[in-house]
Write a protein that binds this ligand. Structure first.
Ligand SMILES: CC(=O)N[C@H]1[C@@H](OP(=O)(O)OP(=O)(O)OC[C@H]2O[C@@H](n3ccc(=O)[nH]c3=O)[C@H](O)[C@@H]2O)O[C@H](CO)[C@H](O)[C@@H]1O
Ligand SMILES: [Mn+2]
Length: 302
């Protein structure tokens, strides 16, 4: 019996216990964030899924994914960075169709996409109000689905152009109806969410309603579900407009109303739409997609 040996052994066992706890917490589960909603939809955070396993599941299904992005007026300047990083990180290895809607098709950079992926440029009218450019996306997404992609692709994601990818955005994000928690409000109580609060608007959310505050800058899901969302938000936005009402955050407000009534089947953490001006927080283990810093006065038409 050697006391030194004993101490060594205990130290080793203690180390082993600590290391496996670390492994478990770091790679298998997260205890620092909520990873399921009260209606049992997953909330996707780094460390809650196995990317290799998920990719294998979806390769077998031979899926394809559409992405939409709008670049009207000065926002065309964001396209290169957006498209180049998208090709690197967004569903790498899968079939992706990227639809760019712009008023200046000639200004779209010819970014070369990886094999099996394509870039499609579609002209749209310009506008002198940014609120209208942002909100009219719902109508254009509705038409794109109805007229072009209904029977061609399985999933769609609708994204803001003033942003870029930094890390994987892949099959873990797939679901029927998918929403992203807004990075500005994920630590707040619902009373702080900037929902539309006028009862006269069709985007109205009452003080005791609302689950999360979701981003207008990224949402998606299965084609029929996103079609339903786009149609509803478009109609409510237009019916409001006829009565002279514009919701606080345009289509983002209508999207939030829609997601309260029709719960998303998958919720993505703010890793899926961070903002570059914000300092990274401890629970954000990776930033996958984020909004770049911009000067609104320089780039918006009004
Ligand atoms: C990160 C995020 O959730 N952003 C949302 C937020 O503000 P943002 O400040 O991010 O809005 P924004 O200025 O990026 O406008 C939204 C999008 O509309 C397009 N665009 C806008 C103006 C223009 O002149 N040309 C043009 O192409 C472009 O694709 C842009 O990314 O609120 C907006 C509604 O008010 C939208 O819901 C945005 O998606
Ligand atoms: Mn934006």
């Amino acid at each position: 019996y050697s006391p030194v040996q004993n101490v060594k052994q205990s130290c080793f066992l203690l180390f082993l216990a600590m290391f496996s706890t670390f492994l478990f917490h770091y790679f298998i589960s997260r205890t620092d964030v909520v990873s399921v909603t009260p209606w049992l939809a997953p909330i996707v955070w780094e460390g809650t899924f196995n990317p290799t396993l998920l990719d294998a599941v979806y390769y077998k299904k031979n899926i394809s994914i559409a992405a939409t992005v709008f670049a009207v007026g000065k926002y065309v300047m964001f396209l290169r960075n957006f498209l180049e990083t998208l090709d690197q990180h967004f569903f790498a290895g899968f079939r992706v169709h990227v639809y760019v809607f712009t008023d200046q098709p000639k200004e779209v950079p010819k970014v070369k996409m990886a094999a099996g992926r394509e870039l499609i440029v579609q002209p749209v009218p310009s506008s002198n109000r940014w609120q209208e450019i942002s909100a009219r996306r719902m109508e254009i997404i509705q038409k794109l689905i109805e007229e072009k992609i209904q029977n061609k692709v399985d999933y769609i994601f609708c994204l803001d152009v003033d942003s870029k990818f930094h890390d994987r955005w892949g099959t873990e994000s797939l679901g029927g109806l998918v929403a992203v928690i807004h990075p500005g409000y994920y630590k707040n109580d619902r009373s702080k969410f900037p929902y539309e609060r006028r009862t006269s608007s069709r985007a109205y959310v009452a003080p005791d309603e609302g689950d999360f505050y979701y981003c207008g800058g990224a949402f998606g899901g299965l084609i029929p579900e996103v079609l339903q969302l786009a149609k509803t938000c478009r109609k409510n936005f237009e019916d409001d407009a006829k009565e002279g009402i514009e919701a606080a955050w345009q289509e983002e407000s209508h999207l939030n109303r829609y997601m309260w009534i029709n719960k998303p089947s998958k919720v993505l953490s703010p890793e899926y739409l961070w903002q570059d001006f914000k300092q990274r927080e401890a629970e954000i283990r990776t930033i996958r997609f984020s909004g770049v810093v911009k000067n609104y006065n320089d780039i918006r038409p009004n």
